[in-house]
Design a protein around this ligand. Structure first.
Ligand SMILES: [Zn+2]
Length: 173
């Protein structure tokens, strides 16, 4: 179990040293991520490897977890597998980006020390589906029609009629 990822790390130095981090992190450590979903599913498996290839300082990462979101169709909880694989090529400026071989996704290192914990959380957030939903056939809400329009024709009182009645009664006094 990884207790935590460095909050201040020199990514270039980690790459030059060929560092790696493998382990699990309790999802309660990722508060921004948790606020975007209903609740955590299980621990986040993390594998990060730094290195240098063709002169490019890189970070290769694999993240794997499960989160529980609310299905946007039926509003019941749905367990989402969340996986992220990335290969980030470190750059110090936008001018370096075109020099990166295609397989690297440019990652701008703006300060000498970056928060590795926040980087992992950002990658997980990017991997969340925009509209969480149950897979077809598992959703509680039928895809089209049904369940609506049942209230029409009921004997519910029109709220405006009730207000009008109250106003009329006040005028009598
Ligand atoms: Zn659903």
């Amino acid at each position: 179990m990884l207790s935590s990822l460095p909050r201040a790390a020199d990514l270039y130095q980690l790459a030059a040293a060929g560092k790696s981090y493998t382990g699990r992190i309790d999802p309660s450590e990722f508060q921004r991520l948790l606020s975007a979903v209903h609740r955590a599913g299980r621990c986040v498996d993390i594998s990060l490897r730094f290195g240098v290839e063709e002169g490019v300082h890189y970070l290769r990462g694999e993240l794997d977890t499960e989160l529980v979101a609310l299905c946007q169709r039926c509003m019941a909880p749905v367990t989402l597998p969340v996986r992220s694989c990335f290969l980030l090529g470190l750059v110090r400026s936008a001018g370096e980006e075109p020099l990166l071989p295609d397989r690297f996704e440019p990652f701008r290192v703006e300060q000498r020390e970056m928060d590795l914990h926040a980087l992992v959380e950002d990658e997980l957030l990017l991997s969340l589906p925009l509209v969480p939903r149950h897979p077809a056939g598992e959703c509680l809400q039928p895809p089209i029609g049904g369940a609506t329009g049942r209230e029409s024709g009921s004997d519910r009182q029109n709220p405006f009629a009730v207000l009008a009645g109250l106003a009329a009664r006040d005028e009598e006094h």
